[in-house]
Design a binder for this molecule. Structure first.
Ligand code: ATP
Ligand code: MG
Length: 413
């Protein structure tokens, strides 16, 4: 992408009420735009990051047998009345059309997937199975002051699993847990994301959260010093020993909940009477698990934990581009041709490049590159060519080095 053609620009100012680090940096760098509290547009650079996060999640969901679907955001009221959540859920957006018919804007999709599944599942032979979507959710969040961490409209991956018995649910739940570990490793948050025991609600002793350490977090977790699994403050109560390993020495840290997995058992299958015939011909109610993960919150989390006073520092796997190519022009130089050649060469090697071909000063280009936070900065200037190549600097390192143009591709892959 030529930066001269990118319609978004970096900004010096951000909206006054935007207090979170992630929103400030993402808005300044032109990744997102704020429409209202907790409501954002994703701009070209930001959308690339979001899609990369979503694709890492998608791949892992497919690996554990998830079948991707896409359910609606508009939900008829009667489905939400059936589970009692029309009146119980405080953050449900309710709307009315001209005929007076009431609908909800979906904050989650148990009420939709259960009756959907009911139309297709008849016998035990159809079970187990797993379906997921990556879809926009709506929640009337009162505290939407945290940028992408708490949207009123936000992206969620929600997977639902359907089982005949608890053992099968248990086994799949473990699989899903491991796939979440893989996801956070791939996204670059693995080392600072803790599997955390949380309240299971009324239907199970515990659920599990994935909590990423950050001062911006709203949760307090107690990390077991022996096995590094954590317990959420809200449930800790009298718990003295780590439910995972029995350890009794904990460290308290603030964290952001990036994922949450639940054993729902028959909480939603029962009100909808979701049953199949078992091998003996008897009707059994299915039991379920649900597995949530928020790509947009993950994006905000990455910015919260990987930044410095100059801007964002993207992990390679989710960076909008791998290389920020910068040409520094000089009236009579051949820089333009060199930079164009490198741009084409890198792209032909499948490397994603943001090419700063704008007519602005070197200082402005460097400041923008630091703010945007692409992993490799590659500078082509008279100076670099004179000493034999291009100047390569990693965003997270102070040092740069001159690399021969012919060796650039192997240097950055
Ligand atoms: P929180 O306690 O932070 O409000 P939650 O328990 O309501 O989260 P879930 O209903 O379990 O969240 O949703 C699954 C995932 O969706 C969360 O782990 C998080 O990654 C994401 N998520 C939830 N609410 C929001 C939001 N308002 N904005 C962005 N992402 C969200
Ligand atoms: Mg919530």
């Amino acid at each position: 992408m030529r930066q001269s053609e990118l319609f978004t620009k970096t900004k010096k100012e951000v909206p006054k009420d935007e207090v979170s680090v992630n929103a400030q940096l993402l808005i300044k760098a032109g990744f997102i735009d704020k429409l209202a509290a907790g409501i954002y547009s994703f701009l070209p650079l930001g959308l690339r990051v979001l899609k990369k996060i979503e694709n890492i999640i998608r791949e892992e969901m497919n690996t554990i047998g998830g079948q991707e679907i896409l359910m609606p955001a508009l939900h008829p009221k009667d489905l939400w009345e059936k589970t009692g959540r029309w009146d119980m859920m405080d953050d449900l957006y309710k709307i009315k059309d001209v005929s007076g018919k009431e609908l909800a804007l979906g904050p989650t999709h148990e009420e939709i997937i259960v009756p959907l599944v009911q139309k297709y599942i008849q016998s035990y032979k159809d079970i187990p199975f797993y379906a997921y979507q990556i879809q926009t959710k709506f929640r009337m969040e009162l505290r939407s002051k945290s940028g992408l961490l708490r949207g009123r409209e936000f992206s969620m991956k929600d997977l639902y699993s359907f089982h005949l018995d608890e053992k099968d649910l248990e086994d799949y739940y473990e699989k899903a847990k491991n796939s979440y570990v893989n996801i956070f490793n791939k996204i670059g948050l693995g080392k600072i994301t803790h599997l955390t025991f949380a309240s299971g609600g009324s239907f199970s002793k515990y659920s599990h959260e994935f909590q990423t350490l950050s001062e911006a977090g709203e949760d307090l977790i107690h990390i077991c010093k022996k096995c590094s699994v954590a317990i959420n403050e809200e449930i800790k109560g009298e718990t003295k020993e780590c439910p995972e390993c029995g350890g009794d020495d904990f460290e308290e840290k603030k964290a952001i909940e990036v994922g949450n997995i639940f054993k729902l058992k028959d909480k939603f299958s029962k009100p909808f009477d979701l049953k199949v015939k078992n091998e003996k011909g008897e009707e059994v109610t299915l039991i379920m698990g649900c597995y949530g993960l928020g790509p947009s919150r993950v994006m905000g989390t990455i910015v919260e934990v990987y930044n410095d006073d100059k801007g964002m520092i993207w992990p390679q796997s989710v960076a909008p581009y791998q290389v920020h190519l910068i040409e520094i022009k000089n009236q009579k130089s051949k820089i333009k041709n060199e930079a164009e050649d490198i741009y084409n060469k890198l792209q032909s090697e499948g490397i994603e490049v943001l090419y700063d071909d704008r007519d602005i000063s070197a200082g402005e280009k460097f400041a923008d590159a630091d703010l945007i936070g692409i992993p490799y900065r590659v500078v082509v200037s008279d100076k670099s060519l004179k000493v034999g190549g291009v100047e390569v600097k990693k965003r997270d390192s102070e040092k740069s080095e001159i690399v021969k143009t012919s060796e650039l591709v192997s240097k950055i892959t």
